[in-house]
Design a protein around this ligand. Structure first.
Ligand code: CTP
Length: 510
């Protein structure tokens, strides 16, 4: 196979080839870029291996292209960042300035005999040949190189049959799997990640080695594990990756809470559904609708507290009362352990877990405007994501049942939209704030302030008070008086402080 034409289509390769020739070193494109080129997948970065100093080659290329070069002396590597302003790396020992942005990240490494590890803390000692370097890579499909040398420019160098494995859709290690996994146990996760991303099988000996060596994952940092887990979650059919993790015995090590959902208990002939497989189905359903990692995390965690809330009631069978609230409470702990961000992404997941039953409950009930309003207000900007999750949560083997449920769901969604239009309630804030209440009655932060605030909020939700200062201030005074409070000052009613609220709402008294 020859890639001459492809290499000519990106000028960067000609520059690397020219500079390598000038330095009299052989250079090759290697790894993920070659794999993705053959698979016709987009790729973000280019890895170059050269038989000599990767740093010298990178500096020469950087000089010609006038792009910055970031040098990692300890690792014997250097990198041209995709963007010129992207030059701060903690491990970098030197940055050679340059003004242009390349648009591609290009990493340079000298071929080495010892294992390639992206986070290796060990200094590199032994230089090697191209084949030495390919030997120490993770999978045959990631060990292919393309020559950038004049004698065989564009030639594929594939000593382990990576091309065949791509055709056969197989993940296989180039060496005996135990050697490859000992070099870097994260590769066990990577095998499953690539299988899930590409829809490939893992070759049986490779998979058996994962089962045998799974405990070695303990030496890998949580950040790297979670990185791979997120890539599995982001794949087109993530359930496949999770089933592989389960069968390899890795899921128990990295995500025992999810595995705890597995299994069906039967009492008096009554069973419940297997919540592990249900969750994976919900995750796949969400994946069909959205690429959002955090919505997918919400799908994974929506039933996470079912094992802890499971009860058997002889009259009604299995119940999981309160699993949505307990589940939401468990989200921060799981995020912390997984080293996932503890910011608004976590709060989004928590919110969706907490609210995931609410839209379904509306399908069953006589839908009142106030129930819809509460949901609109609580979900705020995340309503669409919540509705996506809820639709995905309707799983049943019975097609007609799913169809009926989804049709009812359409009805709820229509009503929500109508009410939202009418009330403009999304991101609702009652016009009366805690400060205004304190100012009005001369109070310090206290229980009374909270009670008045809740009363106003409830009245607005019920539709008995309009969300404007004109309507809400008299109501606030009334509520204060019920508690023996009197306003201490003349209250300003400024029209421009009132939030937009359609006062023609049929439920709102004028
Ligand atoms: N590699 C390896 N062992 C690892 C990590 C990486 O052998 N634990 C090698 C593989 O040859 C891989 C290359 O380094 O192709 C680049 O690694 P990385 O950028 O992590 O992965 P890609 O294969 O480029 O895939 P992706 O960008 O999807 O992560």
């Amino acid at each position: 196979m020859n890639f001459t034409e492809t290499l000519h289509s990106n000028p960067i390769f000609e520059v690397i080839a020219r500079q390598a020739a000038a330095l009299d070193v052989r250079a090759y494109v290697i790894g993920g870029f070659v794999r993705d080129l053959i698979l016709k997948r987009p790729s973000k970065d280019i890895d170059i291996v050269c038989i000599g100093s990767g740093i010298d080659l990178a500096e020469a290329v950087g000089r010609e292209l006038k792009v910055p070069v970031i040098v990692f002396k300890n690792f014997g590597t250097a990198m041209l960042p995709a963007h010129a302003d992207q030059t701060t790396y903690t491990e970098a020992t030197e940055t050679v300035p340059g003004s242009r942005s390349l648009g591609w990240e290009v990493e340079f490494v000298g071929a080495r005999k010892e294992s390639y590890r992206s986070d290796s803390r060990k200094p590199l000692v032994e230089n090697g040949t191209l084949e030495d370097d390919q030997n120490r890579r993770d999978f045959t499909i990631n060990a292919m190189g393309i020559s950038l040398n004049e004698s065989d420019f564009g030639q594929l160098l594939d000593p382990f049959g990576g091309l065949d494995d791509l055709r056969r859709k197989t993940i296989r290690t180039p060496l005996e799997p135990k050697i490859t996994f000992s070099d870097d146990p994260l590769r066990m996760m990577r095998a499953i990640r690539f299988a899930s991303q590409l829809g490939f099988d893992i070759e049986p000996d490779t998979f058996d080695a994962i089962i045998e060596m799974k405990d070695r994952l303990a030496i890998v940092s949580r950040e790297r594990i979670t990185d791979e887990l997120n890539k599995i979650i982001l794949s087109a059919k993530p359930s496949y990756g999770f089933k592989l993790l389960y069968h390899a015995g890795l899921l128990d090590l990295i995500f025992p809470e999810l595995l705890a959902l597995k299994g069906v208990e039967t009492i008096e002939g009554k069973g419940h559904k297997d919540n592990f497989y249900h969750t994976l189905q919900v995750l796949d359903n969400v994946a069909e609708r959205s690429d959002d990692l955090w919505l997918r995390w919400a799908a994974l965690l929506h039933d996470i507290a079912k094992p802890a809330t499971k009860r058997f009631d002889p009259k009604v069978g299995w119940t999981f009362h309160g699993h949505e609230d307990l589940g939401a409470k468990q989200v921060p702990g799981i995020f912390r352990q997984m080293k996932l961000p503890l910011n608004e992404k976590m709060r989004f997941v928590k919110k969706l877990v907490r609210l995931h039953l609410r839209p379904i409950a509306l399908v069953k009930e006589q839908i009142t405007d106030s129930a819809l309003r509460r949901l609109l207000i609580e979900a705020g900007d995340d309503l669409e994501a919540l509705m996506n999750l809820c639709r995905a949560d309707i799983t049943s083997k019975n097609y007609d049942r799913v169809k009926k449920h989804l049709a009812n769901f359409d009805k709820v969604e229509r009503k929500l939209r109508e009410l939202d239009e009418r009330d403009k309630l999304r991101n609702f804030q009652p016009v009366i704030t805690g400060e205004l209440i304190m100012e009005a009655f001369g109070l310090k932060p206290s229980k009374e302030v909270g009670l008045i605030k809740v009363a106003i909020r409830e009245a607005i939700l019920e539709g008995t008070v309009v969300n404007t200062l004109e309507a809400a201030i008299p109501f606030m005074i009334e509520e204060g008086r019920k508690m023996g409070l009197e306003p201490v000052k003349e209250l300003p009613i400024q029209a421009d402080q009132s939030v937009s609220h359609d006062s023609s709402s049929p439920e709102s008294p004028q």
